[in-house]
Design a protein around this ligand. Sequence first.
Ligand SMILES: C[S@@+](CC[C@H](N)C(=O)[O-])C[C@H]1O[C@@H](n2cnc3c(N)ncnc32)[C@H](O)[C@@H]1O
Length: 275
Amino acid sequence: MTPAQIERTPFADLDGQPSEMTAMLLAALDEMGRHPEILRVRQTAVRALRPEAGQRLLDAGSGAGDVSRWLAAEMGPTGEVLAVDSSSATIAVARQRHDGSNVDYRTGDVCALDLAADSFDGVWCERVLQHVDDAERGISELVRITRPGGRICLIDTDWGSLAFDGVPPGLARQVMELMHGRLTPKQYDMGRTLRRRLVARGLTQVTATPVTCLFATPASAAVVLPMINPLVGQDAWMAPPGVRDEWFSHVDAAGARGDFLAVLTIWVVAGSVGQ
Ligand SMILES: C[S@@+](CC[C@H](N)C(=O)[O-])C[C@H]1O[C@@H](n2cnc3c(N)ncnc32)[C@H](O)[C@@H]1O
């Protein structure tokens, strides 16, 4: 499949969505950022990135900049973070939330960064590459702007790992198939490919940690999984009549019995740029 044939998710073009949809997606990102499983992924990632006091980091695809501000705080008063996101609406929200930490905000495309070579000590890129047309180009850019010896940390979902229990398996498979390439990215396996991509570029000290997130209630799963989120309506599902209702009747029943389960692996992959 060529990059042009890959269908785009709403996160690939937040500015192209109706404004209510952009607001809903940004609120969803906020909720994800508070979810204990996503916080566990981020703790794994910060250990892999190893930021140090006084460093300059890039948060590529920064969303509303909450992680950028957290990373700046991790590095103390002399550290700085540049938060870059392709969506100007998102960067506007990030600027509104600015809290005086050493973070600068800019719109930009991870695949064509207007930044000098070797100008950062490290890069954080969380759940972005699954949404871009050409992840290899994005990674080339991240390597280019990182100084020799600097570290790159990529965090991405492996949607192919998504599994359910407590609901009929055939229906779960049908739902995952329906979502594939629309509400979940076509590049469903991005997370598991990251290690190979960094190894192929000659990065050293590559670490790859699969963090399997457990969602033991529908409410917990709904924060991260679009097919469990009741706010994602029939229009967005584009499913044959009845499928969404049948699915939710099983999800709700499993929730009421207490035996609903969903698991999704998010990969944290980091490496050092060659000296
Ligand atoms: C799922 S969100 C993740 C945001 C943030 N990293 C987080 O983990 O909360 C994906 C973000 O990547 C941004 N994005 C998508 N394509 C991009 C690109 N080519 N360059 C820069 N940012 C991009 C979107 O606008 C969105 O804010």
